[in-house]
Design a binder for this molecule. Sequence first.
Ligand code: C2G
Length: 129
Amino acid sequence: MKRVITYGTYDLLHYGHINLLQRARALGDYLIVALSTDEFNWNSKQKKCYFSYEKRKKMLEALRCVDLVIPEENWEQKAEDVRLYKVDTFVMGDDWTGKFDFLKEQCEVVYLPRTPEISTSQIKSDLKA
Ligand code: C2G
């Protein structure tokens, strides 16, 4: 069974996220999503999520293409996650290109094209308009 992992905040879940998750899942047989906790988002990514971790987790777990959701609590956990979950392929959107190449010693690293026209910040600013 080919195991794939990806990481993210996934707040205000939108079709750009879904596009990424479906393509990531299609690279294997089992998709793990390491979901950024509220604390990690606030302390390390300066992101204040609209939905709590538990609500974001529930939404991801409802997706057919997602098999397991685990917490992302820090920047350093990826290598250990790859080992622990016996991951074959690490996937991120191409806004992260090159940032996780150090994982190539352990698994395949794939950067997929982002869905260009949508983002959570775009949604928030459109709603303010
Ligand atoms: N994404 C995408 N297209 C968009 C928006 C996002 O393909 N229009 C992808 C991103 O490239 C990322 C994933 O969806 O792979 C989740 O995006 P975010 O929730 O914004 O995640 P991010 O804040 O980039 O956190 O350790 C890695 C970080 O946790 C990634």
